[in-house]
Design a protein around this ligand. Structure first.
Ligand code: NAP
Length: 295
């Protein structure tokens, strides 16, 4: 292997240590950042995400207000809970764990969150601010990708970045951040999706590849320009009889082969994954500072 590994786990730990200090300084001023967490139902994956988020809050000193609501919660009840948190000065960030049960209109719930507490960065007000380059809560996974590039010394300015995927939570926002006139931006950006003709031809031109397709082996070694930086956002379960669980997690990139060609690469797991919760904590601390006139 020739590529240097970008260890998301380590970068996430470094950022959490910085945030812990910031939280301690805020607490010394009588301000404890607070995250309101709402989980509707008991989906095992969602439950484990929410538990991990609450544990991460606790570790760095953020207060977390845990609300586990039954699956039959009505939309009105959920909206009332969001309204209560919007009005609660102890809560600086509101996280509604997705997906919501089918009888609840997800968009209506996300729209009801006060944009100044939208630490997931999904509210159209924050999306709009991000697009026009104003200060905004940035969505956590794409912001995590940008931080990984910045903190591992990858120059985005003038680079050709090819993003594979155009979802609202990863592909579109990461493409947007990369094109902004700022540090971690100033790239020339191509966005690919399932209608793209000649995906390999586009990826081959990239100095930076961001893979967010949700499909194993989307990026193979023959598609990568020697020396390119490859960030793998994908998380896919594939069967593996040698594992007790019967599966293992892989990204969208054929890691072993691409690592022979790329200059830097992120692993799965241990790459982008640990950054997502970290950036949620970042936004919550930022929100607490803003609410107290400190940012
Ligand atoms: P998504 O909503 O399913 O979007 C996937 C995108 O990839 C779509 O735009 C799709 O194109 C495109 N795509 C799929 N197959 C393709 C192919 N063969 N060639 C070109 N484009 C292709 O997924 P997502 O929510 O963005 O997530 C993407 C991956 O990141 C998933 O594996 C997800 O689990 C992972 N993820 C990880 C984290 C983390 O914390 N690490 C966070 C979020 C997501 P169309 O639009 O044309 O369908």
């Amino acid at each position: 292997m020739t590529a240097e590994i970008i260890h998301g786990k380590q970068i996430a730990q470094d950022i959490r240590a910085e945030l812990q200090q910031e939280v301690a300084a805020l607490v010394a001023k009588g301000i404890r950042p607070g995250l309101g967490v709402i989980l509707v139902g008991s989906d095992p994956a969602s439950t484990s995400y929410v538990t991990a988020k609450e544990k991460a809050c606790e570790e760095i000193g953020i207060y977390s207000d845990d609300n586990r609501l039954p699956a039959e919660t009505t939309q009105e009840e959920l909206l009332a809970k969001v309204a209560e948190m919007n009005a609660d000065p102890k809560i600086n960030g509101i996280l509604v764990q997705l997906p919501l049960p089918k009888h609840i209109d997800e968009a209506a719930v996300l729209m009801a969150i006060d944009p100044s507490k939208d630490v997931d960065g999904f509210h159209p007000v924050n999306v709009g601010k991000m697009v026009v380059g104003e200060k905004a809560f940035l969505p956590c996974t794409p912001h995590g990708v940008i931080q990984m590039l910045l903190r591992s010394g990858v120059e985005t300015s003038g680079a050709h970045a090819v993003v594979v995927g155009r979802s609202n939570i990863v592909g579109k926002p990461v493409a947007n951040m990369l094109v902004q006139k700022q540090k971690g931006g100033d790239a020339t950006v191509t966005v690919c999706h399932t209608r793209t003709r000649d995906l390999a031809g586009h990826v081959r031109q990239a100095d930076i590849v961001i893979a967010a397709a949700g499909r194993p082996n989307t990026i193979t070694a023959d598609m990568v320009k020697p020396g390119a930086v490859v960030i793998d956002v994908g998380v896919n379960r594939i069967e593996d009889a040698s594992k007790k669980s019967g599966f293992r997690l892989v990204g969208d990139v054929d890691f072993d082969a691409v690592a022979e060609v790329a200059s830097k690469i992120t692993p799965v797991p241990g790459g982008v994954g640990p950054m997502t919760i970290t950036m949620l904590l970042w936004n919550t601390v930022e929100s607490a500072k803003q609410a107290n006139g400190l940012a």
